[in-house]
Write a protein that binds this ligand. Structure first.
Ligand SMILES: *Cc1c(COP(=O)(O)O)cnc(C)c1O
Length: 394
């Protein structure tokens, strides 16, 4: 069996965990602080806040902006349900925009169609590790004065113009503050077992005029925002004043055990991602001449980290997606459909009154299947997988 995902845990992670266990400080402590610092440096963000899941990261990031009842947040319906649920949890209403057929990410033009006077934020998802069209989304956010919160749960290390998603240098000149949310679930490109991170940026120091007062205001907002994220993470209480609760929060803290694993995984992230990209390139080559199979595209100037390698099975293939999946299972090839049901079609959302029908989402959710691409996949595996697809299991 070639699994669709496989976390790579080495001796380094094991001994880091033992060190924490032996230290006696198990919950949130020095390792969490160290991991936050290293992660912020790696991504080139201003601040980082470690939490216990990607879902928690999204929820905190929205709440810390004061987003809630009466607000609308525009997002993609073609994503893991946590994206939209994080909006519901704040009391705001998720509004779904259509996706691009080639990158599977939210379509900026469809975002514009969905903007109302209640819209406060855009929550793009960098699906499968390919960043959404952030250049256009940034412009929309600036034009309509909307906040951007990014779901980068599948895109740790992905780049736009050679800068990682979450980097200071990708934030708009007039953007007040941007939060980017990551997940370290075991299937993601790096893991802390369960875990997540919010990076916070807001000033493109290369582009600003140092004498502009607006920048001081922004710096102040970013610092307040950062502090609010930390408060929400831990029942509204800060490190300085324990048991003084300033606002309503949760227990969304990361443990030192998770952070210790994360520190080791972060050191390996670049090589993990590089191997995914090499595997994707070989897979592209091997699938290039099969009728009806559409391999992933990468937008010019963008860097895909292939959390998933996702192909489309179109009519010309002569067999539908679900029949191919049966063959893959029979041939012991792990695979997955991310995601078979648009969020607005989920029973939960139908009960909430959703009845969208977005053209590209409907097409794509019936055509996609993801193939194993993780760093444990070898060229022999890819030869085998692509032969099965080429010969339709014959
Ligand atoms: C994994 C994932 C999440 C949630 O992360 P968890 O750590 O599992 O809570 C959110 N959005 C997307 C797109 C994801 O892939």
């Amino acid at each position: 069996m070639i699994p669709i995902a496989k976390p790579l845990i080495g001796e380094e992670e094991k001994s880091a965990v033992m060190d924490v266990l032996n230290s006696g400080i198990l919950a949130s402590g020095p390792k969490v602080l160290e991991f936050e610092k290293l992660f912020a440096e790696h991504i080139c963000s201003k601040y980082a806040v470690a939490v216990n899941s990607g879902t928690a990261a999204l929820q905190i990031a929205l709440m810390a902006h004061g987003i809630g009842k009466g607000d609308e947040v525009i997002t993609s319906p073609f994503t893991f349900i946590a994206t939209a649920n994080s909006i519901l949890f704040t009391g705001a209403r998720p509004i779904f925009a259509d996706i691009e057929k080639d990158t599977f990410n939210i379509d900026p033009e469809s975002i514009i169609d969905k903007i109302t006077d209640k819209t406060v934020a855009i929550l793009p998802v960098h699906l499968y590790g390919h960043p959404a069209d952030m250049k256009s989304i940034k412009e929309i956010a600036e034009d309509y004065k909307l906040t951007i919160v990014e779901d980068a749960c599948q895109a740790v290390g992905s780049k736009i113009d050679n800068k990682m998603v979450g980097s200071n240098k990708l934030v708009g000149n007039n953007e007040e503050c941007r939060a980017t949310c990551f997940s370290f679930y075991p299937t993601k490109n790096m893991t802390t077992v369960e875990g997540g991170m919010i990076t916070i940026t807001g000033i493109n120091h290369e582009m600003i005029n140092a004498n502009d007062n607006k920048n001081d205001e922004r710096d102040e907002y970013i610092l307040e925002y950062y502090n609010r994220c930390k408060l929400i993470r831990s029942h509204g209480t800060g490190a300085n004043a324990r048991y003084v609760h300033e606002l309503l929060g949760y227990n969304f803290r990361m443990t030192d055990i998770s952070a210790a694993i994360g520190i080791e995984q972060l050191k390996k992230l670049d090589s993990f991602n590089k191997k995914r990209q090499e595997n994707a390139k070989y897979m592209d080559y091997k699938l290039s001449n099969i009728n009806g199979i559409i391999t992933p595209t990468v937008r010019e100037g963008y860097e895909h980290t292939f959390h998933q390698y996702t192909i489309r099975i179109t009519k010309e293939y002569g067999m539908n997606r679900d029949s191919l999946i049966d063959i893959l299972h029979r041939k012991n090839i792990g695979n997955g459909v991310y995601y078979p049901i648009a969020i607005y079609r989920q029973p939960l959302y139908i009960k909430l009154g959703y009845n969208d029908h977005l053209k590209n989402v409907e097409i794509i959710s019936n055509e996609v299947v993801s193939l194993p691409i993780h760093p444990g996949v070898t060229n022999d595996d890819i030869d085998y997988i692509t032969d099965v697809i080429k010969n339709k299991g014959e």
